[in-house]
Design a protein. Structure first.
Length: 169
């Protein structure tokens, strides 16, 4: 058995230079995902063309059943979309994504983009084709997991955003 010196809790996050004296270079991998991640750029300018119904359906598919883990299968996150420039019957509407049915339910007419751009964090941007909004219902998870459920909800919102980013890429 080896005897390891005990450390104070204040020392746990401080590394001594000796701990990292020996390093081994890792091989650089180039794969499709790392290439996409490297090429990603943030922009607040949106293309002139809108989305087809098929493209919107594919984006909603980022949250299809089986693609999202959820604590206790509670699914505390709901997805809404402002369909500002989308072809077909959803054009100009706010819709709710019905995950089990992979369907979009009309909620109401979209407000003009100019009236909601600031609230959406898109001041000064051209009008996007669609804006997704994630709405969390923490009580779905906290009823079962208590305070930890709130942290699970944040993790799940991050997963929703990541799936959308991957779908867009």
């Amino acid at each position: 058995l080896h005897s390891f010196p005990t450390r104070r809790s204040s020392d746990l996050h401080e590394a001594t230079p000796v701990a990292y004296a020996r390093t081994t270079p890792l091989l650089a991998e180039v794969d499709p995902l790392s290439s996409l991640m490297e090429a990603r750029r943030s922009a607040r300018a949106f293309g002139a063309s809108g989305l087809t119904e098929r493209e919107l359906s594919r984006l909603f598919g980022a949250w299809a059943l089986g693609l999202l883990p959820s604590a206790g299968g509670r699914y505390p996150v709901e997805v809404y979309a402002y369909c500002l420039r989308v072809e077909g019957p959803l054009a100009g509407h706010v819709v709710h994504y019905d995950r089990p049915a992979h369907a979009a339910s009309l909620v109401c007419a979209c407000p003009p983009f100019s009236s909601c751009a600031e609230e959406l964090g898109l001041t000064g941007a051209s009008e996007p084709a669609v804006v997704f909004v994630f709405v969390a219902f923490p009580s779905r998870t906290t009823r079962r997991y208590g305070e930890r459920g709130g942290r699970f909800v944040l993790i799940e919102v991050g997963q929703y955003a990541q799936n959308l980013a991957l779908r867009l890429a």
